[in-house]
Write a protein that binds this ligand. Structure first.
Ligand SMILES: *Cc1c(COP(=O)(O)O)cnc(C)c1O
Length: 361
């Protein structure tokens, strides 16, 4: 068996220790005589898996008691609809458009009311985060929406927008658990777990309790109401059991690593290796403004499409996989999530150096 360094943006690399543990428990989970995939979601064994997962997540993120943690399905994309359906009271949402995921959320909200684009970085292919210190927030806005880390473009909010008292809603899919955040600054924080936390099929929603009400848009299906899931402890219907189990293991792995402060330091160290190399390279160039650089997703180009393609091909042959940039940006993108070991980034930088020596002018 040989594992590659997997720079995929998602689904993405998971901690090897977690995969090994899951493999060891595959046929017989802790003496139950069955796999977690085969057990009832109403069983004691599964109840303790989901309870532990929630408890560990609350500890890791220091989630205040007046927030609920929901383990849902439908991916991050389903939240694009659930958020307006549940939070629209005046039917007004303010969106900051920093990339495709924010744009999709904004477009979806337009189906349910007035969705304002109050700022955008589309003018420079989303290569920066707009100044959010004094935005034209709608007086009637039910919330202000951001995509905190832009997976495709490689930007991140280092400072949260000034929402002028409105509720902040954030999609943190690609920076989930990469560093500590102050949950109390948000009304809703949510993310699909397949980027930085677990396998595809689970979306985690952390929502302030007072935002979970019966007062949702008329016609909102039972399954799309936060209240349905909050009241049932995420067990209204069959949840994505196996995915939750793996997330739980990742939470324990993170705790053993020293939690999110330690993880942030590790992520900064990894990202610095790559950004420092890019900043002095004569061949490779990062594509986003330095001040807004993501710790998780690092896009870069050579400026020559053929050379980019050759790089991706040769990198793959060297065991560095999934470095092709998003189809809308081109070039390369290295996603260096929590579970990417620093050795992977070191190997990537060494490979880039070699490539530059061979192909640079
Ligand atoms: C991947 C991604 C999504 C979409 O996630 P799905 O689970 O496929 O719906 C949304 N937002 C961000 C920031 C992402 O990275």
């Amino acid at each position: 068996m040989s594992r590659v360094y997997n720079f995929s943006a998602g689904p993405a690399v998971l901690p090897e220790a977690v995969l090994r543990e899951a493999a060891a428990e595959m046929l017989d989970y802790q003496g139950t005589g069955m796999s977690v995939m085969e057990m009832s979601h109403r069983s004691k064994a599964f109840q303790s898996i989901i309870d532990d997962a929630e408890k560990d997540l609350r500890e890791l993120m220091e989630i205040p008691d007046n927030y609920k943690v929901l383990f849902l399905q439908g991916g991050a994309s389903q939240q694009f609809a659930m958020i307006p359906m549940n939070l629209f009271k005046n039917k007004v949402g303010d969106y900051i458009i920093t990339g495709q995921w924010a744009k999709k959320a904004w477009q979806e909200a337009q189906k349910f009311g007035k969705a304002n684009a109050i700022a955008s970085s589309a003018d420079k292919t989303f290569s920066y985060i707009p100044d959010c210190s004094d935005l034209p927030i709608d007086e009637d806005a039910d919330y202000v929406y951001i995509c905190q880390n832009n997976t495709i473009y490689g930007t991140v909010y280092h400072e949260l927008p000034n929402t002028k008292g409105k509720i902040l809603v954030a999609d943190v899919s690609s920076c989930f658990l990469s560093e500590p955040i102050d949950v109390s600054k948000y009304g809703v924080v949510y993310g699909g777990v397949q980027k930085n936390v677990g396998p595809a099929g689970v979306v985690i929603v952390i929502i302030r309790e007072d935002l979970i009400t019966e007062d949702v848009l008329p016609g909102t299906p039972t399954m799309l109401r936060y209240k349905t899931h909050a009241d049932a402890g995420s067990l209204y219907n069959t949840p994505p059991c196996y995915g939750i189990y793996i997330c739980g293991k990742v939470f324990k792995w993170l705790k053993a690593k020293g939690g999110l402060t330690a993880m942030k330091a590790y992520n900064e160290k990894k990202a610095k290796l790559l950004y420092d190399f890019l900043d002095q390279s004569k061949l490779f160039k990062g594509t986003v403004e330095k001040k807004d650089r993501s710790l998780m997703n690092v896009p870069f180009v050579t400026g020559d499409e053929e050379l980019d393609a050759l790089f991706v091909k040769e990198a793959k042959a060297a065991g560095l996989e999934n470095l092709k940039g998003h189809r809308t940006v081109g070039g390369m993108r290295a996603s260096i999530y929590n579970a990417m070991p620093i050795e992977g980034v070191e190997k990537l930088v060494a490979f880039m150096k070699d490539f530059e020596e061979k192909h640079g002018k």
